[in-house]
Design a protein around this ligand. Structure first.
Ligand SMILES: [Zn+2]
Length: 245
């Protein structure tokens, strides 16, 4: 008689434990985010975009779900886009960053959630030397890297292309009319990506950085610079999510 009650008690405790555990498993499944933070999310194939497909197809409200850090452009190749800490800026040919409306659409963008794997400091480098420095610090040449350079720039040469209208030209033709400008002695952040050779045509191979000043008064696509001193951070990313127009 006593052993019967022991068995019933054990059975009830086991059932209770299973119900309790199932509850937490369900809770955990519900809380897993849909977006993997260690993924680069790209809107459009580079070669297709560079071939003149400048029609925006993804709203920034949607793009923002996949990352708070990134680069790209707006509908009609309308200037440069830079996203930093979840703020998306449009830098048109006047060189002045303006926050992007969530309903605006991008024809091409790369975003991710930046989480630094490696942090180093540099001083006195121009853009070519920065790229050589980064070449030597990328752990592997097969992954994608998100790059963030935060510091003081003695000099920056930046650009932005004017908005294009259909029938769209090739990117190379549109960039003939780009506006370039310089700024100096500015605290700024340059961000972007390095894509490996294996993704040639899918995205731009090599370094592609955009820059924005800390006071958000200037920026653009980075053509050249002289870094006074800066923190260089890289985030190695092995997952890739491509959305086609
Ligand atoms: Zn660019």
């Amino acid at each position: 008689m006593k052993s019967k009650w022991i068995i019933i008690t054990i059975a009830l405790v086991l059932i209770g434990a299973i119900v309790f555990a199932s509850f937490f498993v369900l809770l955990r499944l519900n809380s897993i985010p849909i977006v993997d933070r260690e993924t680069v999310f790209q809107a459009a194939v580079w070669d297709n975009f560079a071939g003149g497909n400048f029609s925006g197809f993804m709203p920034f409200s949607e793009l923002a779900k996949y990352g708070d850090f990134g680069i790209g452009t707006l509908d009609g190749l309308d200037g440069e886009m830079i996203a930093l800490n979840g703020e998306f800026y449009h830098i048109a040919t006047d060189g002045k960053p303006k926050q992007i409306e969530p309903s605006a659409k991008t024809p091409y963008a790369d975003v991710t959630y930046f989480e630094a794997d490696k942090t180093q400091t540099v001083a006195g480098l121009n853009y070519t030397k920065l790229q050589s420095y980064l070449d030597n610090s990328l752990p592997s040449k097969t992954a994608i890297y998100a790059i963030k350079v935060t510091g003081t720039f003695d000099y920056v040469l930046a650009r932005s292309p004017p908005k294009q209208y259909p029938p769209y030209p090739l990117l190379s033709q549109a960039l003939i009319n780009q506006t370039v400008w310089t700024f100096s002695n500015v605290s700024a952040t340059a961000i972007g990506f390095w894509f490996p050779n294996s993704l040639k045509g899918v995205d731009y191979v090599g370094y592609h950085l955009h820059i924005i000043s800390d006071d958000r008064t200037t920026g653009g696509h980075l053509i050249d610079c002289i870094i006074s001193n800066a923190t260089v951070q890289i985030d190695q990313i092995n997952r890739y999510n491509l959305i086609l127009p």
